[in-house]
Design a protein around this ligand. Sequence first.
Ligand code: UDP
Length: 254
Amino acid sequence: MARRRQLYEGKAKILFEGPEPGTLVQYFKDDATAFNAQKKGVITGKGVLNNRISEYLMLRLGEIGIPTHFIRRLNMREQLIREVEIIPLEIVVRNIAAGSLSTRLGIAEGTALPRSIIEYYYKNDQLGDPMVAEEHITAFGWAAPQDLDDIMGLSLRINDFLCGLFLGIGIKLVDFKIEFGRLWENEEMRIVLADEISPDSCRFWDIKTGEKLDKDRFRRDLGKVEEAYQEVARRLGILPEGGPRDLKGPETMQ
Ligand code: UDP
């Protein structure tokens, strides 16, 4: 069988042409980068875990009415998705101070924020994804005011839902990054959640120990990176322990 045509290769994923028009295949690699790709490495098995974790979260979000690009998982490393026009913004939602917010504003990591904060970054590797304001986004036409309203509303709903979901398995959702795309159906345009949601793009802290269960283990050389990704999958009940049929539901923590 001829190999599918590759359309794009990113830092952690590859996009291939899908089997039908309007679809793509998203392949999850084990490659990891940090600090605008200045630090590079491999996290063995990450692609398989992120494929599963992102599938799980997109499906759960779909069930509460969040439109997503996800169609179905195809195999260990690939999922079928709807082709969307990616809005060139990284939306970061924060609940607890960490990372660049702590550095930039001098707020100690771990400080609970008075309310959830949404930030926008312009997706541009050459510029190092600079933070931008709504004014820049609408003035430069990256998204219309109505698109931004939708993005903000969806982002807050996603945050509320994911905070609860992770709380239930003993994990604090500190912050996360999501991306949205435009999906055209006939003449109608809808904004849908795209890309992935995984320990690559979220900060997860264990509620009891504060242990980091995300890409910060790689960024900060904390060790046990693979184990952290596996632990997230295990708590979500999607890490097969005795083979692929051995799937339990999420493990509720008291
Ligand atoms: N994030 C991401 N991709 C990026 C930048 C950030 O997925 O290119 C995620 C990151 O994992 C964290 C959140 O967005 O969950 C906020 O990141 P922050 O701005 O603190 O950046 P960092 O500490 O990575 O510089």
